[in-house]
Design a protein around this ligand. Structure first.
Ligand code: UDP
Ligand code: MG
Length: 139
């Protein structure tokens, strides 16, 4: 996948609270183009696969339960310097440490229910995009 793309999920807390529209507006206003998007509900097993890198972490089981607790929006975004710029837009994992004006500062409830996901590298952006979208070559 091109280096100008990243992958995001609007997480169950933000989706359930009706914050998806406001979050997508912030994303578009920051210059990201939505290349693909869908609403899905993960099983705990699928959430476990997505976050397999965190398998040994103490928060893993709770995270899988939380990420399968309700629908999410998964999307592929395009912009120059997408991965780094998007991480900046969403803010720190723990909303207590997130910069003012970031999506997590505005919408996250806790370090777990932190409203949104953003890939941390070009490589992971591609892996995560393929997890949700099968025909990546056509997107
Ligand atoms: N998480 C958690 N407790 C922690 C750290 C992370 O519940 O102490 C959750 C949180 O939802 C986070 C996700 O696990 O977004 C993945 O963690 P990571 O360290 O990759 O943070 P991110 O890349 O999402 O900022
Ligand atoms: Mg991460």
């Amino acid at each position: 996948m091109a280096t100008n793309r990243t992958f995001t999920m609007i997480k169950p807390d933000a989706f359930a609270d009706g914050n998806s529209g406001a979050i997508l507006k912030m994303i578009e206003e920051a210059g990201f183009k939505i290349k693909a998007m869908k609403t899905v509900r993960l099983t705990a097993e699928q959430a476990g696969k997505f976050y397999a890198v965190h398998k040994e972490r103490p928060f893993y089981n709770d995270l899988c339960r939380y990420m399968s607790s309700g629908p999410i929006i998964a999307a592929i975004l395009e912009k120059e310097n997408a991965v780094a710029d998007f991480r900046k837009l969403i803010g720190a994992t723990n909303p207590a440490n997130a910069e003012p004006g970031t999506i997590r500062k505005l919408f996250a409830k806790s370090i777990e229910a932190n409203a949104i996901h953003g890939s941390d590298s070009d490589e992971n952006a591609e892996i995560e995009s393929r997890f949700f979208f099968s025909k990546l070559e056509e997107i």
